[in-house]
Design a protein around this ligand. Structure first.
Ligand SMILES: [Zn+2]
Length: 191
């Protein structure tokens, strides 16, 4: 009797755990989201097809954000789909034009690269603008959004704790639903 009861408990526990496990393994996000993405993450696609020689730096900048925050995840856009973020190379100064939270255009400007600024820091900095962060200048190298004010020797491409927290706040509860962004009202952000 005791054994049967125990077995019954175990069977019940096994049954209970199955839906939980499958619920965790299968993302409850809308179709198109990549499996393994936290349910709370908003997936943003980027098109780096126009970023020329900076493409790998742009991909690294996106990876850095993916490693740094959970509320948003940046993914290369699939062929034939419209990207949330367009990244292009040009001969001007690096800049970003956020249109809404998680959407906009980034220019990886060769003017700064030619002066010696780090291409991965530029990429993650400009993507930071698209994620709703303003410039924080002047600022130390530990701050990603201090941008060029940290000087040419600064190659830090990682957001600091406050910058990560601000992005998490921006995307809190925003999965799948566009929301206003302070950055959108700022227009073009140069540097
Ligand atoms: Zn900037």
């Amino acid at each position: 009797m005791h054994v049967r009861t125990l077995a019954g408990h175990l069977a019940a526990a096994a049954l209970m755990s199955l839906p939980l496990l499958s619920g965790e393994a299968v993302a409850v996000d809308p179709p198109g989201d990549t499996a393994g993405t936290p349910a709370a993450a908003r997936v943003l696609t980027y098109d780096a097809g126009g970023s020329a020689e900076f493409r790998s730096a742009v991909d690294r900048g996106a990876e850095i954000w993916n490693e740094s925050v959970e509320g948003a995840q940046l993914r290369p856009v699939q062929a034939g789909q419209r990207a949330d973020i367009r990244v292009v190379a040009d001969d001007g100064w690096p800049r970003a034009l956020p249109t809404s939270l998680g959407k906009g255009t980034v220019w990886i400007g060769r003017q700064a690269v030619n002066e010696g600024y780090d291409t991965v820091r530029i990429s993650s900095h400009e993507l930071g603008h698209i994620l709703g962060l303003p410039d924080r200048k002047p600022g130390p190298c530990s701050s990603l959004m201090s941008g060029s004010s940290a000087g040419v020797p600064c190659t830090n491409p990682y957001p600091n704790a406050a910058e990560k927290a601000e992005v998490e706040d921006n995307f809190a509860g925003a999965a799948g639903s566009p929301s206003p962004v302070a950055g959108a009202a700022r227009g073009l952000l140069v540097d």
